[in-house]
Design a protein around this ligand. Structure first.
Ligand code: ATR
Length: 276
């Protein structure tokens, strides 16, 4: 029940009306009997500067941050944790006397993988994309794996690879960059962190034969069955859909706000029920 002690967590983005976060977070709060509520606020870019002071004034305890505010919000925060600092973008904020920015996208992707295949270390991981989502995933997984960044614009892949090498103290054997149409021979795990697959007639970025024997994860969750995952399933490769990362990044944020571990299955069921 909402009462005078209910704590507020909110999503800020523009637009926000298609977000699944309110559904999964409110289900998780209810499941743990936590007196919290999660709402979505559509915040215009020119109004972003009021959000953190407003939250401190009102006692809003946390946020998720989505497009287009993930980078811009940083200048209004008091501190960044290591993940947000490395990635250069924030998707979660805890507000107390200070507002602290985190990025749970990378760890969310790791947990989604590890939920299906166990600990991910010393693997060769190819990531399609060099945008915001790819950055988060690449920085996290590069800690203990070899990373290959494949991107349409090769220069962006090169810049990201060089940045990871510098910031994580890696070398150019451990973090490479290649064009999109590349050989996947020595790759163990393939992750799509581009927007390819969202549109109905998008072509998959790899063929079934290329994906044979690999673990394939797509970060696109609308549609759930992407062209890439369809190819993976043709050769019985392990296929992980975009709900995995969505739920796990949300679960990590939940822990930051509440200190409590949420029930992943409750979050997943809430989304599946809402989508069907
Ligand atoms: P996000 O924050 O979701 O990662 P982004 O930063 O805009 O979004 O990045 C989008 C990624 O999808 C980029 O890697 C982009 O490739 P470019 O760097 O070459 O633009 C990739 N992408 C988008 N549309 C694509 C397409 N039709 N084919 C291949 N890659 C595409």
């Amino acid at each position: 029940m909402i009462d005078s002690k209910t704590k507020l967590v909110a999503l800020i983005g523009h637009p926000v009306e298609h977000s699944l976060s309110p559904i999964m977070q409110n289900a998780a709060f209810r499941d743990k009997n936590l007196n919290y509520v999660y709402l979505a606020f559509d915040v215009l870019p020119e109004k972003l500067k009021y959000v953190i002071d407003g939250a401190k004034a009102l006692g809003i305890v946390g946020f998720n941050v989505t497009i287009p505010h993930k980078i811009e919000i940083i200048k209004y925060l008091d501190k960044l944790d290591k993940s947000a600092e490395l990635i250069g973008a924030v998707n979660t904020i805890k507000v107390d006397k200070e507002a602290i920015g985190y990025n749970t996208d990378g760890i969310g992707a790791r947990k989604a993988l590890e939920e299906k295949i166990g600990k991910v270390e010393n693997k060769n991981i190819l990531i399609f994309g060099a945008g915001g989502a790819a950055r988060a995933v690449a920085f996290e997984l590069a800690k203990n794996n070899n990373i290959i960044i494949a991107n349409r614009t090769l220069d962006k892949a090169k810049k990201l690879a060089e940045e990871i090498i510098e910031k994580l103290g890696k070398n150019s054997d451990e973090v490479k960059y290649v064009p999109l149409n590349t050989d996947l021979k020595d790759v163990d795990i393939v992750i799509n962190a581009t927007s390819v697959g969202m549109k109905k007639d998008d072509k998959p970025l790899a063929t079934a034969e290329q994906l044979r024997g690999k673990v394939v994860m797509d970060l696109v969750y609308n549609p759930l069955e992407t062209p890439l995952l369809k190819e993976a399933k043709k050769v019985n490769a392990i296929a992980i859909d975009g709900l995995g990362m969505l739920i796990h990044q949300g679960a990590e944020a939940f822990k930051i706000w509440t200190g409590v571990e949420p029930n992943i299955n409750v979050m997943r069921e809430a989304i599946m029920k809402y989508l069907n």
